[in-house]
Write a new protein. Structure first.
Length: 418
């Protein structure tokens, strides 16, 4: 609609944008104010007494190119590039903008088939560095004290983030029945919280794997400081290159990086690394659409462009199929979608509280990208655009089953931290 916006006279643009924004009024009761680069304001709420929660500041005519498409990818680009500013809590802003997009454009219902990347060692290493090597200090500002960057597990809505993340780790280690002396491999170990707890409180011999140099450095230092170097290590290595045999394997927030076409390779590698009678727990984000890994309204394209390059989300049915094809017998599936929405709300609030410092730490553009990303993901989980599944599977040896007969052990008694 505005392909040459920056080159057109300001008065002409103002009239055109007034007509354009007027079309947004078709969305009933939108609590939104739009302010142009020249200070002119448009209140879109049509309900008497309704106060706008959010103001969108259009900083320059250049933003109109993205605004004319009215999807989350285009609006996100305008915000990331500083052409659009948001006044108000980012969670409210995302809710209002999504309401606008869904009511304005047919693109709201569009789900594009994912662009499948060739997940080579080189490409995956570059993608991991882009996402995780921002800086350790950046993540420390809004994660919990142990720096667990994955869905927490809330036993109560009043749980703190710190408590919920420790509960998540214990929930995982309890599910796999981790015992003293067992060999545990954690694929995508982050900054080491799971392997540290598994070694210190469960008595396991632990190996973590990551492609992030910053995660490797900090996790190694944390192991040294904890005095656990004799039974805990981190390898800077692609999962495809890991050798050895392990009694238990965990993978938390990693298989999103694998690629849909590589799932068979991934689960086959897990099978090959697992001892006969071993147990694996795969914890990862899944698509809620069985036909596409893309989220509605273009949100996934924004994430791929700015945050999580080459990430691909399988539907739970595809994950289960590939695990079975790899010879892994699934024994339990749990959907923690609501838990991830709560986790992201905690992260978003912490990010907002540290906003000024984070902007100074990583720069304005990266600050904007992550601010939109965290709030957008929280909204996506709440709307069931995406989910989080924990899948427990075994490598059956034909004689002894490694897990109890029922699932009661996960919630009452069973193995607990030492």
């Amino acid at each position: 609609m505005f392909p040459l916006a920056a080159a057109l006279p300001s008065s002409f643009l103002e009239k055109r944008v007034e007509r354009f924004i007027a079309t947004w009024r078709r969305v009933e009761g939108l609590p939104l104010v739009v302010e142009l680069w020249n200070g002119k304001r448009f209140a879109l709420t049509s309900q008497s007494g309704t106060q706008a929660k959010v103001t969108l500041h259009i900083r320059s005519p250049k933003a109109l190119v993205n605004l004319s498409y009215t999807d989350l990818d285009s609006l996100g680009q305008a915000y990331a590039e500083g052409e659009l500013d948001v006044e108000g809590h980012i969670r409210d802003a995302f809710t209002v903008v999504t309401q606008l997009v869904s009511g304005f454009s047919s693109t709201a219902a569009t789900r594009l088939r994912p662009r499948l990347a060739r997940h080579t060692h080189k490409l995956d290493a570059e993608s991991i560095r882009h996402h995780y090597d921002v800086s350790n200090e950046f993540y420390q500002q809004w994660l919990d004290q142990e720096m667990v960057y994955s869905c927490a597990y809330f036993r109560d809505t009043a749980d703190t983030l710190e408590a919920a993340q420790q509960q998540k780790i214990d929930h995982i280690l309890g599910k796999i029945q981790l015992k003293p002396g067992e060999r545990l491999l954690d694929i995508g170990c982050g900054w080491g919280a799971l392997i540290l707890r598994a070694a210190k409180h469960y008595g396991a011999k632990c190996t973590g794997v990551t492609l992030s140099q910053r995660q490797f450095d900090l996790a190694t230092e944390r192991i040294r400081q904890a005095g656990l170097a004799d039974r805990c290590e981190v390898l800077l290595m692609d999962y495809r290159d890991v050798q050895g045999t392990f009694d238990k394997i965990t993978s938390v927030g990693m298989f999103e990086h694998v690629g849909l076409n590589n799932l068979q390779t991934y689960f086959q590698k897990v099978h090959d690394l697992l001892a006969d009678g071993g147990v694996v727990m795969n914890h990862g984000i899944t698509s809620s659409d069985p036909d596409s890994g893309e989220t509605p309204m273009g949100g996934g394209r924004f994430i791929d462009r700015y945050v999580f390059p080459n990430g691909e989300l399988p539907h739970i049915s595809l994950a289960l199929k590939e695990m079975a094809c790899a010879g892994l017998e699934v024994t339990d599936v749990e959907n923690l979608r609501r838990h991830y929405a709560m986790t992201l709300d905690h992260w978003t609030d912490r990010f907002e509280a540290k906003g000024a410092y984070l902007r100074e730490l990583v720069g304005d553009k990266r600050y904007r990208i992550w601010r939109a990303y965290l709030a957008g993901c929280a909204y996506g989980f709440k709307q069931n655009w995406i989910a989080l599944h924990q899948i427990v599977a075994i490598k059956a040896d034909g004689q002894n089953h490694p897990l109890p007969l029922t699932r009661e052990y996960m919630y009452s008694g069973g193995i607990r931290p030492m």
